[in-house]
Write a protein that binds this ligand. Structure first.
Ligand SMILES: Nc1ncnc2c1ncn2[C@@H]1O[C@H](COP(=O)(O)OP(=O)(O)OP(=O)(O)O)[C@@H](O)[C@H]1O
Ligand SMILES: CC(C)(CO)[C@@H](O)C(=O)NCCC(=O)O
Ligand SMILES: [K+]
Length: 268
């Protein structure tokens, strides 16, 4: 089984998956790379030459050691052109572009992360499917039973909403997502919880509205959450609306990587 790396470049950070053929072995996240690393990427001859910055401290690198003497292909799905540019120098970098994705009805500026995630979800659970990516931006992306893009929506994600409130006002603190330990009181009595209440209850209401509208169109469709805040938001959606607990709605962090796998299979 050939080894390869999947790299999803998001607006906040990099998401990595190490594949042996079609199986994901490990996944991890790292910060964006600095421009200083470009030279090192250009000179990579084996896996061992790759900068340490791309490996996670939790990664069991001894499992990777059989790969050390080879240069692994890296398949890249990026929505951050300046970060994509750094990889141009790496001899085995393959940037995935929208034109080779097997979905119809795509518009030219659709994010490759959205296209791959909806493809990966549809391949795994069947079409029609709706993906809710709770990342830096929160996106809804749906495809119908003919693998045709239905469309979707883009709004500010959880962190971005909290951060922009803090940055653009004199008296409001910037709350970070690790500070959100529980579902706040809706009618909050302090500033921090009032911000959390405003952002979280409106986000959940928006998500519920999109989910309901999707199921009106496609009643039996699977809905998948992904992204850094996906697990938390699905948990809150379910605790506020228990009727969603038994429905076809789940969290699956690797949808974009599944989309990459299916993209690669389409060339075999
Ligand atoms: N260690 C972490 N670092 C950064 N964000 C984190 C972390 N853990 C959880 N998060 C949450 O993940 C969210 C970012 O999600 P994610 O990492 O999926 O975004 P992204 O893929 O970089 O962005 P996008 O795909 O929207 O361009 C933030 O809103 C934050 O609350
Ligand atoms: C919306 C984001 C930022 C989500 O990562 C990304 O998919 C993107 O840059 N999309 C381009 C615009 C679009 O999808 O219509
Ligand atoms: K921008």
């Amino acid at each position: 089984m050939e080894a390869w790396l999947g790299l999803e470049i998001g607006n906040s950070r990099l998401h990595w998956a190490w594949f042996a053929g079609e199986e994901i072995q490990e996944t991890w996240d790292t910060p964006h790379l600095s421009r200083l690393i470009e030279q090192q990427l250009a000179q990579c001859k084996t896996f061992a030459d790759l900068p340490q910055e791309i490996l996670s401290p939790d990664l069991n690198t001894s499992r990777l050691s059989p790969l050390a003497s080879r240069l692994l292909p890296i398949y890249i799905a990026s929505v951050v052109p300046s970060q994509t540019a750094l990889w141009q120098a790496y001899p085995e970098a393959h940037v995935i572009s929208l034109d080779k994705i097997s979905l119809s009805g795509i518009y030219p500026t659709l994010g490759i992360d959205r296209a791959l995630a909806v493809l990966g979800a549809g391949e795994a659970f069947g079409f029609p499917v709706l993906v809710i990516d709770a990342g830096t931006a929160l996106t809804f992306t749906g495809a119908d039973g003919d693998r045709c893009l239905v469309g979707g929506a883009i709004l500010s994600g959880l962190s971005l909403q909290l951060q922009s409130l803090g940055q653009q006002t004199a008296n409001l603190p910037s709350i970070t997502t690790p500070e959100i330990l529980f579902l706040p009181e809706r009618w909050a009595m302090n500033t921090s919880e009032a911000i959390q209440s405003g952002v979280i209850y409106t986000l959940i209401a928006s998500i519920r509205d999109f989910v309901t509208a999707w199921w009106e169109k496609f009643p039996d469709s699977q809905i998948c959450f992904k992204g850094g805040d996906g697990k938390l938001l699905l948990e809150y959606l379910r605790s506020l609306h228990p009727e969603f607990t038994d429905r076809k709605i789940m969290y699956e962090p690797n949808l974009t990587f599944w989309g990459m796998r299916s993209y690669l299979q389409s060339f075999q």
